[in-house]
Write a protein of this length. Sequence first.
Length: 259
Amino acid sequence: MPRYRLDIEYEGTRYRGWQVQPDVRTVQGEILKALQDFLQQTPVEFKGAGRTDAGVHALAQTAHLEIKRRVPPLQLTHEINDRLPSDINILRVQPAPPKFHARHDAVRRSYLYQIARRRTAFGKRFVWWLKDKLDTVPMHEAATLFHGMHDMRSFTAVREGETRVRIEEVKLVEAGALLLIRLQASHFLWKMVRQMVGVLVEVGRGRLSVADVRRFLRELSNAPAEFTAPPSGLFLEHTWYPGESPESSVQPTFSLPWD
């Protein structure tokens, strides 16, 4: 049966996350409904590279799709999009190898978090607005502590199973009134990104020290859960597969000047 790779963008505000759940709206559920309406086929194998939480967005979620009949990629793109709500969009559809798996074949993932340092009338759903002034110097220093292989037990809501993660990058970039935090790793644990961002913000506020972050990485602590950042500012940015090179530039999803 033909298999396809789909790259998808969505605003997660109205959804209870990516993964299908009974009796609630999810991004995967909406796309499955559109697929079944077009293909008149049940079941459809359609799985994503990651499971974003309720309220989290995606600039490029990757998924694989296996169906019974071959459909030209451009036609498949249009047919799905015509049946989707406006806050979910199929960016592209490509033929994929028969065994391509969006989650298992991924070698690296990146998330982008946007913090607004001033009130905004237009981007409220896409930022965490902070009234407090942040000192980015210790935030940069704390961010470097995450690089490399770490046991991230202190930074996840589920501690069963393997909790070691190789983190490739935690990068802070200032873009006007936005403070951008990009995190790249082999994979991410549940709520790991939001807890890491929350801890970095507390360092910027002066309520936590760089030494505290080092301690959270060295020994189990429940403290990061108390500082979990809201989902509104979080975007699944990209997923990479063998042979693909990560991009280095960090770009905001919209412009927010100081004035």
